[in-house]
Design a protein around this ligand. Structure first.
Ligand code: HEC
Ligand code: HEC
Length: 470
């Protein structure tokens, strides 16, 4: 259940964006003029939960080539996969809060890199998004990036390709030229027509469609192969141990973690299951990250929904900056493999994250900077005039400093143990598999194939979590 200030719903009507009723975006981007028949066919196949095709469609093959192609960057040194590494759940391999890019590879980003997994059910952003919990009133939700400013995966691709601190291409035409003169130009023509390069604007849009086709068709973006998936589907090997089960109970307990209020598990959009985000926007007031160069300027604030990267909800006297500080609830699948957490990457372990949720209000001095008089500046990454936007749901219910925190240390440990069950590539231990038995038509056969292919990425044991940094 989500709560939003009523004022937002009123203000929302004033600057309502074109409402998009599309329930899901896989393979059929709203902005793309030319999702071809094969892409559409794939979209239908996915919608009825058929297994992913073993062979990618021509547009998805183009997208795959593009995804790993460093010649599509101004520096010639980075591709999408540099920041979205398939071996790290399509997130960075390193520990940095924000990544470096640009023509000289020295320009820092301003936000942590999200995973690209399980994004295929994300609807376009709307001020009056229907929450997939089907109970909460319409409120801001959906879209790509931390502030939802790209409607589809296809549209989103233009951001990194052109951003001066990311892939730093001087223009869309430069991207099209690189494809036209590169090794998969012919594949691009096969996917989109022999004369596709004649219309440069359309060719650039189709490049985005190709990237989206890859990200929606390729099974590696949504394998549903975590221990939690086995558990939810009553499959062999999916029995959670005591600590994991306890962590799950805390995750859904409205008086403890209450994580599920935003990180939805259960049925979601378009028949999706356990995506772990309801795509809603919330201001949870994470601390300012001093390691981001942009934050050297004391007047710079990344306020998510109300800018500055997003420009259609800038604070005004009329709207009172009602969206300021709000970011899209991230998906927690594979969260235990991440090295930087929250939109500004201020945390580096899950242990830190759960301690923040538990003690933001009871021990603010542990998280926020101090002013010249030594007074804690709670919510130091959001100007005081917008701090009324901070969400007050459990476990961040605004309780008094010095009062009792909602969860104990042991409970936090189990919560993290549960979060580790959301990592894909879980391999059922041999002793949890059924014993071989006599086959109906012959002698006993092993219950597992002799050499099962190692599913990428490998299962991450609980020990992946570094010990508490605080
Ligand atoms: C230099 C690092 C970098 C590179 C290279 C990069 N990205 Fe990203 N990506 C990011 C960051 C940072 C964000 C979050 C942006 C924001 O919130 O404004 C992001 C967000 C995204 C999202 C939205 C995910 C979500 O959860 O909303 C998608 C999709 C995406 N990138 C795809 C791509 C594709 C496709 C490419 C290659 C064309 C690419 N990225 C290249 C850093 C990068
Ligand atoms: C009020 C809605 C809400 C509740 C309740 C909530 N979260 Fe979040 N969560 C968010 C939002 C919004 C963000 C992103 C905030 C930001 O970056 O500023 C987030 C970020 C996170 C992240 C960082 C993920 C990443 O990829 O960087 C983790 C981990 C997380 N939450 C876990 C939890 C856990 C565990 C609980 C329960 C103890 C919980 N959340 C409760 C909304 C919520």
């Amino acid at each position: 259940m989500r709560k939003f200030p009523i004022v937002f719903c009123l203000a929302a009507a004033a600057f309502s964006l074109a409402a998009c009723k599309d329930r899901r975006q896989a393979g059929a981007p709203a902005a793309a003029p030319a999702a071809d028949a094969s892409v559409q066919a794939v979209a239908v196949a996915v919608a009825v939960a058929a297994p992913a095709p073993s062979k990618l469609s021509p547009p998805a093959q183009v997208g795959q080539r593009m995804f790993f192609d460093p010649t599509l960057s101004g520096s010639g040194r980075i591709s999408c996969a540099t920041c979205h590494d398939p071996a790290h759940a399509y997130a960075p391999a390193n520990d940095l809060s924000v990544q470096l890019g640009g023509a000289d590879m020295k320009q820092a980003g301003t936000r942590a890199v999200p995973t690209l997994m399980y994004k295929d059910y994300t609807d376009p952003y709307s001020d009056e998004f229907q929450n997939p919990d089907m109970v909460s009133p319409p409120a801001p939700g959906g879209g790509m990036t931390w502030d939802g400013r790209a409607n589809t995966i296809a549209e989103q691709a233009a951001i990194p390709l052109l951003a001066a601190n990311e892939m730093a291409n001087p223009s869309p035409d430069a991207v099209v030229a690189a494809i036209e003169h590169g090794p998969y130009a012919e594949l691009f023509r096969q996917a989109y027509g022999a004369d596709v390069f004649a219309d440069r604007k359309r060719a650039f849009e189709l490049a985005g469609v190709a990237l989206q086709s890859f990200q929606t068709e390729d099974r590696s973006f949504h394998p549903y192969s975590s221990k939690f998936d086995l558990f939810r589907n009553n499959k062999i090997g999916g029995a959670l141990n005591e600590a994991e089960l306890h962590g799950l109970r805390l995750f859904v307990d409205p008086n403890k973690g209450n994580c599920v209020a935003c990180h939805l598990i259960g049925g979601g959009n378009g028949g999706s299951q356990d995506i772990t985000s309801d795509y809603s926007f919330a201001a949870i007031g994470v601390p300012r990250n001093k390691s981001i160069p942009a934050n050297d300027d004391p007047n710079y604030f990344d306020m998510g929904l109300c800018g500055p990267l997003r420009t259609d909800h800038l604070p005004t006297t009329a709207n009172k900056g009602v969206g300021c500080g709000m970011f899209k609830t991230p998906i927690l699948r594979n969260v235990a493999t991440r090295h930087a957490f929250m939109h500004n990457g201020v945390f580096h372990t899950l242990d830190e994250v759960v301690h923040f949720y538990n003690t933001r209000d009871t021990e603010p001095g542990r998280w926020y900077s101090r002013d010249a008089h030594g007074k804690v500046r709670k919510f130091d990454d959001l100007p005081a005039r917008y701090q009324a936007n901070i969400d007050d749901q459990m476990p961040l219910d605004g309780r008094r400093a010095g009062s009792k925190a909602p969860m104990t240390e042991d409970e936090l440990k189990d919560l993290v143990t549960f979060l580790n069950t959301l990592t894909d590539g879980y391999v059922v231990p041999a002793d949890a598999r059924p014993a071989p038995k006599a086959g109906v038509f012959g002698p006993a056969t092993p219950s597992t194939p002799p050499a099962p292919p190692a599913p990428p990425p490998p299962a991450q044991p609980a020990s992946i979590q570094k010990t508490a940094a605080r």
